[in-house]
Write a protein that binds this ligand. Sequence first.
Ligand code: DGL
Length: 265
Amino acid sequence: MKAAPYRVCFIDSGIGGLSIYEAFRTLAPYVDTIYCADYSFFPYGTKTEEALLDRMLALVDKLSALHPFDLLVIPCNTASTLILDVLRQKVSFPVVGTVPAIKTAGQASHSKVIGILATKGTVSRAYTKKLEDEFASDCTVVRCGSSRLVELAEDKFQGIPISISEVKKEVHPLLSDKNLDTVVLACTHFSFIKEELGSCLDRLVQWVDSTVAVANRALSLLPKDVSSTNKIGASIFISTSTSIPRKLERILREKYAFEVEKIDF
Ligand code: DGL
């Protein structure tokens, strides 16, 4: 493996993956990072599998040419459940994906009724079905796919008030089984509206996600000597759309200390 400086690239459709990015930065502050929000192809959850696959492969090539990196993290369930196998065969660097924490939910549930709250893409993926068969065959699985919640999470991140009644409408399918006690947050955007989601259910449930597991997995792949550099790593936020709200840009610079770069891709 190559010695520091070492760069890790994160790709999601928008701000969703920042929860994993932040967890990783806390564990490995000395590593250089780039975070790409693919706003010109947002949202991923409504795209056909073919279109999303082509887009991701092209984007990975583009980013590798622009800012070569050593490790790719995909903090996005919608993309990971589709592209991981294909990508790993194509590229020479390691790829860490984010997939629904169905195994954890199956183990944590007492009632053996679990929910999967994700994008429409993720809930319908063969990969997700395989995880259910493998790790939750003893559970009833209630699936809820929403694209609107992804948009609402983007709004909330920018400080735009979001409508609780709208959130309620979106999570309604989760209430179809009164024994449901555990929900997999299988879209990284939803971490940003967890409070609202919780307040819209008629009972307390356990929420499980993959944030810490993904950050730790990425950490485990870093070369040992990366932490010996005593300098905080550079962090660049790349938007694939050149027209992003000013407010968003300000939050990214001020709260996340990103250098913001906009490309037309
Ligand atoms: N943050 C994403 C996920 O984890 C994608 C949301 C979207 O663009 O639809 O699935």
